[in-house]
Design a protein. Structure first.
Length: 277
């Protein structure tokens, strides 16, 4: 029988990932999220539909998302830095404890079943979304309250949660930085830089842990799917630049509310997915 590429399910999956990569990259730059908020759910559905190992579908989505975030975050940070919206001091002092949290979160995630990861993802981003929707905008930046003990506690929690969800950390770190007085622009730019640290640590962790599991899936190393990486990265890098430029041209309060609303929508979708298990 003649092979028809356009009727092949893998062509459909590729088109789906391309369509997801555009908004993922744009929002990576716009919100500093690295794109994981969109990438993880899409990869989860694609991998599940492609009948990959059901025991590790979410793990593959998370690990692959981390690998995609690395170059996307770099693109986003470079653009944000042109607008002086990246505080590298907070990236270093706060990011250290975030990375430690990621290490523990990645190890913990490897012990969870797919449905448990889906539920955890859903609950975490729902409450973060609620917080952002009702967050009052602070017009003046006040950094004095972000003391070392807060950095240790919030940094570890942020990294621990992000390490399990395949996110660049902005869904945790933007609210945290906003709470401690950072403007939304600087919170997003700095969170994008921290996201690079999270993604690098997380991708390495999921690669190592996955390499020691019997996944037996083609074109996959550890918990990282190579075709998905190759489809997403060129698009997300390009779109991240556009998103990062856009954030400095639109209303700050609107950005915060939209970011929160996005979290809530995705959390509800994934919660219903969990109920179907």
């Amino acid at each position: 029988m003649e092979f028809n590429f356009f009727s092949n399910q893998y062509f459909f999956f590729a088109i789906l990932m391309v369509c997801a990569a555009v908004p993922a990259g744009f929002m990576a730059g716009l919100f500093g999220i690295g794109g994981g908020l969109i990438t993880v759910p899409v990869l989860y559905y694609v991998f599940e539909a492609a009948s990959l190992n059901n025991n590790y579908v979410m793990h593959l989505a998370v690990g692959t998302s981390f690998s995609i975030i690395i170059p996307t975050a770099i693109s986003s940070v470079i653009t944000h830095n042109k607008f002086n919206a990246v505080d590298f001091n907070i990236v270093k002092s706060f990011g250290l404890f975030v990375v430690i949290g990621v290490i523990f979160g990645t190890i913990f995630a490897s012990t969870l079943k797919t449905e448990q990861l889906v539920l955890f993802f859903s609950i975490a981003i729902f409450f973060l979304g609620i917080y952002l929707v009702f967050l009052k905008n602070k017009e003046v930046e006040t950094f004095s309250n972000f003391q070392i003990h807060y950095k240790i506690i919030f940094g570890f929690i942020s990294g621990f949660v992000s390490g399990q969800l395949g996110l660049g950390g902005a869904v945790m770190n933007v609210p945290i930085l906003r709470f401690f007085g950072y403007s939304i622009n600087k919170a997003i730019g700095s969170a994008a830089a921290i996201g690079f640290l999270i993604a690098t640590t997380g991708a390495l962790g999921f690669f190592i842990i996955g390499a020691n599991k019997e996944i037996n899936e083609p074109l996959t190393i550890g918990f990282i799917n190579i075709p998905a990486f190759l489809v997403f990265v060129p698009i997300t890098i390009f779109m991240a630049k556009i998103g990062a430029k856009t954030v400095h041209k639109i209303d700050k309060k609107l950005i915060t509310k939209l970011f929160g609303l996005l979290n809530i929508i995705v959390s509800v979708i994934l919660f219903f997915e969990y109920l179907n298990y």
